[in-house]
Design a binder for this molecule. Sequence first.
Ligand code: AMP
Length: 238
Amino acid sequence: MVLLLFGPPGSGKGTQSGRIADWLGIPAISTGDMLREEIQAGTPLGAAAKSIMAGGGLVGDDLVNRMLAQRVSAPDSAHGFLLDGYPRTVEQAEFLDGLLAERHLQTPIVLHLDVPMDALVGRLTSRRQCPKCKRIYNLLQMPPRVPGVCDDDGTPLITRKDDSEEVVTERIRTYDEVTRPVLAYYQDRKYHQIRGDRSPSYIFEEITGILEPLVSKNGASCCAKAKAKQSSDGFAAL
Ligand code: AMP
């Protein structure tokens, strides 16, 4: 199963992607996380991406497409994967179609988290992230138990450089102008629009409700296991 998680910056894609991927037992691939890792490792790709990301623009299609193609050729992606933040342009969507056809993978299922634009800046500027496990917090709606540190591994939380108000505004503008048209590309396929202005657990329930009928028998048993974990973790109560 190939899933594409769409939505403007701050719509909650990062929060949902880990949960969905755990539930289905497939890898969650975030091109934003991959690019940040390239920057941190000081690679040529990281060097090319750094200033573009700092300004809130989009890294070139060629670079991102090549990075993505390499990542999904890893053995863990052979039977499917979830993409968070890709494709962001129509060119990337066309490239992905070619890649899926080559690998005999099915048409992707598109989940679009729709959040009113005026809620996004506040959500992003109050966002914090664990640099180690990548878990996302929000100081207003989902704060960590102990201020400033990750609940899961105690690592000090960071604010992403591109979550400043100025860059956030540019990222939202880029989404509106360049990425929103990609939704039209998928509209007549397996496309599901989900209201993203509700609690993470409510959204997750809606997503699992959409996906449950689509997963195979094997997938269904992995879903049941994850659901048991979900209630023992208590995240249904979030
Ligand atoms: P994200 O973590 O998804 O918010 O992405 C952070 C930044 O990484 C974006 O603002 C872009 O500069 C860059 N980026 C991530 N994914 C892509 C992509 N598919 N195409 C181009 N640039 C991307």
